[in-house]
Design a binder for this molecule. Structure first.
Ligand code: SAM
Length: 315
């Protein structure tokens, strides 16, 4: 095989187009899906798409609809980008985000037709139940983002998780049904459980009957502070542990350029952010602001971290 025939194979990393991946931290929120896809169409979402086998099949089966995949793992996103390129589908977009954050901020109420999750992590141990995604609260959030008559479809290998979701669905505006189905989706986890001997899986269908209103979480405008004096040797911001957790890590100071950077982790409900706050000089004195290019979601927790830096820098 000559070098030219090796090029342009679907697995060639040079063919990995990142075009379907939306840099949502830099995008205007909620996302204008019509603009992202270049057309208005039925919009469906898959949570935790793994290697994207099902998402790509959906896109091939319904070229007239738009599909968005949510996934937290970068390796899965890379693999799925390859699968999308290989299948040459144009109606899929990917978002690297935790599902609760994405539904809170990226999709308008009553905008989605269907939401899928195949083999979501069942967290079988009792002490891990709190990590399960499809809780009562999350189901209400999904309800609010679906159109009337829309549905959530969940496939799981785990009977206790299936029963738990059915219990959680009560009072969320959904009518819930469960049935046993044979393997039919060809995803990595379906193959895994099938190969280990499982012949049937639990399919849950949650049909939206009543609307639950949960407004979009919106960004708050972050302040840039100015102070007159700053002494890097006395700078020691205090951590805070309340509803939100704010923890300061490293502080770096460049004496020559009189510029400091403090690393901070802000943990709020469903959203943990790790970023830098800059302390530097301009015409108005010492400024304190979120580091340029940090790509944070502007929240009250991020603002609180800025307040704590200002208080410590002020002393
Ligand atoms: C057990 S795997 C199933 C993957 C795929 N659906 C399949 O059937 O092969 C669960 C997937 O959900 C993703 N995931 C877990 N929690 C998530 C969350 N809160 N938001 C988005 N993705 C999540 C994980 O990274 C993982 O890829």
């Amino acid at each position: 095989m000559g070098p030219s025939s090796r090029e342009n194979t679907p697995m060639d990393p040079r063919n990995l187009s990142r075009k379907p991946l939306i840099p949502w931290l830099q995008a205007e929120r909620p996302i204008d899906w019509k603009r992202q896809f270049g057309r208005k169409a039925i919009l469906e979402v898959e949570i935790g798409f793994g290697y994207g086998e099902f998402l790509v099949t959906l896109a091939q089966t319904h070229p007239e609809w738009n599909f968005v995949g949510l996934e937290v793992k970068w390796a899965s996103i890379q693999k799925t980008l390859r699968n999308i390129a290989h299948a040459k589908v144009c109606n899929v977009r990917l978002i690297q985000a935790e599902a609760r954050v994405a539904f809170d901020r990226l999709f308008l109420p009553q905008s989605l037709h269907r939401i899928y999750a195949l083999f979501p992590d069942p967290w079988p141990k009792k002490r891990h139940v709190k990590h399960r995604l499809f809780s009562h609260v999350f189901l209400k959030l999904l309800n609010s983002r679906l159109i009337c008559g829309g549905e959530v479809r969940i496939i799981t290998d785990d009977e206790p998780y299936s029963n738990w979701i059915l219990e959680q669905a009560s009072g969320t505006g959904f009518q819930a049904f469960g049935e046993l189905i044979p393997p039919r989706f060809g995803t990595k986890y379906e193959r895994k459980w099938h190969e280990s001997g499982q012949k049937e899986f639990y399919e849950l269908q949650l049909l939206k009957q009543e609307h639950v209103e949960i407004p979009l979480k919106e960004d708050i405008p972050l302040k840039t502070y100015h102070i007159e004096h700053f002494d890097p040797d006395r700078f020691q911001p205090s951590n805070e542990r309340g509803k939100n957790v704010i923890e300061f890590k490293e502080f770096l100071y460049d004496i020559k350029h009189r510029k400091g950077m403090v690393q901070v982790v802000v943990a709020e409900a469903n959203l943990t952010q790790n970023f830098w706050i800059e302390i530097g000089q301009d015409r108005k004195g010492w400024y304190i602001r979120v580091g340029k290019g940090c790509g944070v979601v502007p929240t009250t927790g991020v603002q609180r971290a800025l307040d704590l830096v200002r208080d410590a820098a002020h002393q």
